[in-house]
Write a protein that binds this ligand. Structure first.
Ligand code: NCD
Length: 317
């Protein structure tokens, strides 16, 4: 297995099966620190730089919380408008990263352009973690989700997935790549105009992913062990910021997970994931049902980032 020390986490396309399990093992080991709210000192003398060119609640703060839990420090920006990259100068990724690499020991970047963290990694001497790049990928979120499945179901192989939402979403692409390494068939359910892009389907076929597409969640939910949901009512991920203007509309029934649907059609031990934020695709009354695991998933988001930071910073092998 390749060492994680010094490595960029940009995509799950190049992640090997045993590397997933190494990351899960590290997460399991560090989990008690987060659960007991007891900070440790594994990453003391290390600093994480956050470079967020797009809004974020969970990804940025979970990375920061992870760093703080492990005794490290954090600096960075949550809005590129406060930097020269987001004003008159529109400073390039290269020039910005040539600065950031001196301000800390790892960089986590979210950007509205697909491939921006990859470009950053070309110029950075410290590891770059992709915190979501446009309609590209979101590797740390899907590592969190798989870890959640492992913790909640005790295994990953042999489980059937249904993913519902906008298939242009970065989480969906990382999910497809990840499941190529497991025995996990998946059905993607989304509107035609938000279908899985051909380039990803080609990758999934090349890597022998057992995947199908369906039009309505009610047709496929009965077989699912893991139900992963993303919005179909949502902003344009290629923009630095997309403000809400007027009425944004409602989610069609075909992409909505209601209590009624779960009660009448889902397996009684299926689990329901959502990276959040949500619109109306999962109504709040689903939160206190036995299917929901998205708060657990959010907690695991901190644990997963602790593991990834400890690994890429060379403090766990
Ligand atoms: C993402 C977000 O906020 O942009 N959610 C998340 O990181 N938890 C949505 C996404 O990229 O899927």
């Amino acid at each position: 297995m390749r060492s994680f020390a010094g490595r960029d986490i940009l995509s799950l396309k190049d992640f090997e099966r045993n590397e997933f399990f190494r990351v899960f093992e590290a997460a399991e080991k560090l989990e008690p620190i987060a659960r007991n709210r007891r900070n440790a000192d594994l990453l003391k003398e290390k600093t994480l730089v956050t470079a967020f060119y797009q809004p974020s609640t969970r990804t940025r703060l979970a990375h920061e919380a992870a760093m703080l839990r492990l005794g490290g420090a954090v600096t960075g920006f949550a809005d590129a408008k406060m930097t020269r990259a987001g004003d008159f100068y529109q400073e390039s990724i290269k020039d910005t990263v040539k600065m950031l690499e001196f301000y800390g020991d790892a960089i986590v970047m979210r950007h509205f352009q697909k491939g921006a963290p990859h470009e950053a990694a070309k110029w950075s001497s410290v590891p770059v973690i992709n915190g979501g790049d446009g309609w590209g990928e979101h590797p740390t979120q899907i590592l969190t989700d798989l870890y959640t499945v492992l913790r909640e179901k005790g295994r990953i192989d042999g489980l059937r997935w249904v993913a519902i939402g906008d298939m242009r979403m970065r989480t969906m692409h990382s999910l497809g790549h990840a499941l190529t390494q497991f025995d996990c068939p998946i059905t993607f359910v989304g509107p035609q105009e938000m279908a899985m892009p051909e380039e990803y389907k080609a990758d999934f076929r090349d890597a022998c992913l057992d995947f199908a597409e369906a039009d309505h969640v009610a047709d496929v939910i009965a077989d699912a062990d893991v139900i992963l949901v993303e919005p179909v009512v949502q902003p344009d991920y290629t923009k630095a910021r997309d403000e809400r203007e007027g009425d944004v509309g409602e989610t069609f029934e075909a992409y909505k997970i209601t209590r009624e649907l779960l009660t009448t059609k889902a397996k009684s031990d299926a689990i329901l994931l959502h990276s959040l934020p949500r619109m109306d695709e999962i109504p709040a009354d689903v939160d206190i049902t036995r299917w929901s695991r998205y708060w657990q998933e959010a907690f695991n988001g901190v644990v997963m980032r602790m593991a990834l930071l400890a690994l890429v910073l060379g403090k766990m092998e």
